[in-house]
Design a protein around this ligand. Structure first.
Ligand SMILES: Cc1cc2nc3c(=O)[nH]c(=O)nc-3n(C[C@H](O)[C@H](O)[C@H](O)COP(=O)(O)OP(=O)(O)OC[C@H]3O[C@@H](n4cnc5c(N)ncnc54)[C@H](O)[C@@H]3O)c2cc1C
Length: 386
């Protein structure tokens, strides 16, 4: 299998690289200092069509696959930027693309592709459910032509920066403990029409991220905004997980390459004891180890994403890619902190910022423990541990 990039893929990479040059470290540091959302960055990516790359051409999108979307995200992260502010449009699009009706797709996708509507929020996690999403308590009761939603979500990113939110809510009780995924539905919430029925509270985080507690009180959602089948929503969400894992892996690989680029350059330049610090094996070996881990993760990511784009099963590959890539980026971030010494802690070098940012990829949107549990039970046939 050859995973070298095609001419078109190289052109995508170079184009995104060039856009990101306009948003250097100073830009991200200033956003963090002010706690700002990086609107200029997101607007630029939107205008250039990079966030709608997965939307089919007939709806005004790029009509490309997860491989290409991953190249975009990797390049953003490799430049030192962070796609957290806008990647949900790629992650969440799948539910609407695969399970939305033709009418829903005609109504929403061209607006999203044109950048007139932002689908940046995905409401799953709840304070008392966590990784076990089937235990969510948010209820959507059907009353005539609309649902009435009541409940609370936590860590819902970009809800204040989005027009639409995909919401997972319980529409019927689970028939039994074994069938606890049944009775959940996916609703497309138009946040612009929600008024006081949706309240949000920003959660201060260890890096500049816009994530919120969301309180829904008698929120009315038209029945026509149900995505896919009522009570089968959990399956629709799961369907998108493999694409999401490939995309997260791509971000982690981008982060890892950012650390490798910066570490190699710094280790080749900084002199202590009369020689380059990179001449010391204590400095160069961790960088080389992280490089090897990153390359392996990248191959697995392309393998998984190619299978996804070809319509082949890829649960084992996508989960493995997510695990290896997030571990490689943390490994590379540790190597960078060692290489930069005291300067690793100074904001102006961007190492400490990216070090904080990349840690998230081990935990969200799915924690590596749950990835391991999937590999153990679904791939290796071990007893299910949850
Ligand atoms: C910055 C940020 C942004 C986020 N954005 C969103 C968003 O936009 N939308 C959204 O819905 N959610 C979002 N989340 C939530 C995120 O998806 C969850 O934090 C993540 O899935 C883990 O769930 P939890 O925090 O409830 O951890 P818990 O489920 O409470 O788990 C805590 C720890 O226990 C481990 N654990 C739990 N059960 C098991 C088990 N059976 N076996 C082994 N280990 C286990 C977990 O791996 C984890 O390490 C975000 C989170 C963060 C931090």
């Amino acid at each position: 299998m050859d995973f070298s990039l095609t001419e078109e893929q190289l052109a995508i990479r170079d184009a995104v690289r060039s856009v990101c040059r306009d948003f250097p470290g100073e830009y991200w540091r200033e956003r963090e200092e002010k706690g700002d959302y990086p609107s200029a960055f997101v607007d630029t990516l939107t205008k250039l069509g990079w966030l709608s790359i997965l939307i089919p051409e007939e709806y005004g999108g790029g009509g490309l696959g997860v491989v290409e979307a991953g190249i975009v995200l990797e390049e953003i992260h490799r430049s030192g930027a962070n796609a957290n502010a806008c990647h949900a449009q790629m992650y969440t699009m799948g539910a609407l693309l695969r399970h939305g009706s033709d009418e829903q797709k005609r109504r929403w996708l061209p607006e999203i592709a044109a950048g007139r509507l932002r689908l940046q929020a995905f409401g799953v996690t709840e304070p008392d459910a966590g990784s076990d999403s089937t235990q969510i308590r948010t209820r959507a009761e059907r009353r005539g032509d609309h649902y009435v939603v009541n409940g609370q979500k936590i860590y819902i990113s970009r809800v204040e920066q989005s027009d639409l939110m995909l919401l997972l809510a319980r529409t019927a009780p689970a028939p039994s403990a074994e069938e606890r995924a049944v009775g959940l539905s996916v609703l497309l919430v138009d946040l612009r029409a929600a008024g006081g029925a949706v309240e949000t509270r920003r959660i201060p985080m260890m890096f500049n991220h816009h994530t919120y507690e969301v309180f829904m009180t008698d929120l009315h959602v038209p029945v026509e905004n149900l995505i896919g089948q009522e009570d089968k929503g959990f399956r629709h969400i799961i369907d998108g997980w493999n694409a999401e894992r490939c995309l997260i892996a791509s971000e982690a690989i981008g982060d890892a390459r950012f650390f490798l680029d910066r570490s190699s350059a710094y280790a080749n330049e900084r002199e202590v004891f009369g020689r380059k610090i990179g001449a010391n094996q204590g400095v160069q070996f961790p960088i080389a180890q992280a490089y090897a881990a990153t390359e392996a993760a990248s191959l697995m990511r392309f393998h998984a994403a190619s299978r996804f784009d070809a319509g082949e099963s890829c649960g084992a590959e996508a989960n493995t890619a997510k695990l290896l890539a997030s571990q490689a980026s943390v490994q590379a971030s540790n190597a960078a902190m060692t290489t930069f010494g005291g300067n690793g802690f100074a904001a102006e070098y961007d190492i400490e910022r990216k070090y904080r940012e990349t840690k998230l990829l081990e935990i969200a949107p799915v924690s590596n423990n749950l990835v391991l549990a999937f590999l153990a039970s679904h791939v290796l046939g071990l007893p299910k541990s949850y």
